[in-house]
Design a protein around this ligand. Sequence first.
Ligand code: ADP
Length: 199
Amino acid sequence: MAENIVWHHHKIGRAERSLNKQQRPCLLWFTGLSGSGKSTIANALDVALHQRGYHTFLLDGDNVRHGLCRDLGFSDADRVENIRRIGEVSKLFADAGLIVLSAFISPFRSDRRMVRNLFPAGEFIEVFMDTPLTVCEARDPKGLYEKARSGEIKDFTGIDSPYEAPERPEVRLDTSECSVDDCVDQLVDYLLQQGLISK
Ligand code: ADP
């Protein structure tokens, strides 16, 4: 870390911003295999929250890799740095008073813990997309499993790179058993129960 950098305390912080927005900021962190439904469910929840009048922001794996993380690949070190940056950006958006939805494979427990530790208790909601690999592979929405099986892509999560499932996720969804609308309802119910939203 660079030296001689002092944290500047701003007068308007997270509490003031969320008061003006009349909502509690939090981060919903969608983790799971490629094709498990992270983007689909995060997008559908984003729409549902937006329609209820909440201010949200959606961060999505592929989009972030076009900009903020375009210099990173898929080595272990680059995956760690990818998640670190996304965690920090998610925190900035939450500090701005937003409900943040982040959809990233994020295969390593330690990386997800690092992001969790950036947030006050109860404001990091780990959503484990627990869709079986066989279903994700059969869907293969981007044709990536086929490429991974043929060796065209290396280090593909679930095939030749590990996925460490969450031990105690706040929400677990299996999109092979649950429709998009039902998944969204479960998430909205969770946010209502926790008092993170009220309508
Ligand atoms: P990820 O972001 O985890 O890679 P995506 O959301 O991009 O996954 O892809 C999931 C695919 O599965 C999409 O093509 C989606 O239409 C399909 N799908 C089928 N049923 C469901 C469901 N119940 N929930 C989410 N996605 C579903």
